[in-house]
Design a protein around this ligand. Sequence first.
Ligand code: PLP
Ligand code: COI
Length: 362
Amino acid sequence: MSTVEFARNLSDHPASDDQRAEILKNPGFGNYFTDHTVVIDWTEGEGWQNARVEPYGPISLDPAASVFHYGQEVFEGLKAYRHADGSVRTFRPEKNAERINTSAARLALPQLPVELFVEAVKLLVEVDQAWVPSGDGEALYLRPFMIATEAFLGVRPSKEVSFRVIASPAGNYFGGELHAVPIWLSQNFARAGHGGTGEAKCGGNYAASLAAQLEAEAHGCAQVLFLDPTDDNAVEELGGMNVFFVLDGNRLVTPRLNGNILHGITRNSVLQLAKDAGLTVEERKFTIDEWRASVADGSLKEAFACGTAAVITPIAELRSAEGTMVLPATGEDAVWRKIREQLLGIQTGTVEDTHGWLTRLV
Ligand code: PLP
Ligand code: COI
């Protein structure tokens, strides 16, 4: 355990039971926030200090804080799930803790002890546990993030940093009921390049995806597929999700971790669950040409997106400047559906957690 003590300054105007119930009827994704936030400050001289839970609210920062100018920021995303016995659990939080540190190292931000990350998440969920929804496919989305707060315009790593966790009740990322989604193929923009920040979870990667996202929206798509134009147009990932393909019904293919794409925790878990189910798993280069050829010859049966926010969402079609490639419709026995049920079952406590992936929070 870490030795950091968290001070508690609880809100004197939390949402009422009625207000919260109204929000939890249809939370959507990322629209509403709970009553509190956890904060831990860091300075070069003192390290991590001043850990506290405080009422959710605006952050007061100097306009010269380097996060505003040079984007020195990293974040994470994980969920807390309500189980039938009333307990609240989260999924592989130590993986998020490890990943924020990998991202932080790339962005020259400080390392946060894994147990402090998990404690911060646990404290926020404990204080705001009434916000954990219990509906089908719903969870409390947790957003830990680290920002450079020093007021200094020289370009160098900030000597002052703030780590925070906020929480937001969440339903389906794509809105409404689960449905197969159309994806836009980005050919004018790449998300990341070799040696860049592609595999870090930093705000800049998402800012870089937004122009492509606007193109996608203009073509009726909610997500963008990015390629590596320097490597035979190898498929990389979506703006906020990893991608999988099912070939011949029993081979699961996903782009290998090439330095540009995020090491998705859902991706890693899907690979494990697929192996458990006896599927052949291939982490390899998968080009857009192979995608098109495998749809044309009928060997591609399914494609799906996966991530904490998206869970597992089937892809209906790939739209691009050249036209639309419609993917086969999938039935009740689709691979994506079985893996989704298995994964969500573990997360929500209806399927045995044989890998020890859950951590109890409340
Ligand atoms: N790729 C990107 C760019 C993401 O933003 C995310 C979401 O976190 C993922 C992949 C999936 O990662 P995870 O499964 O850890 O949520
Ligand atoms: C998540 O799934 O946690 C993400 O961070 C993706 C989000 C940016 C849509």
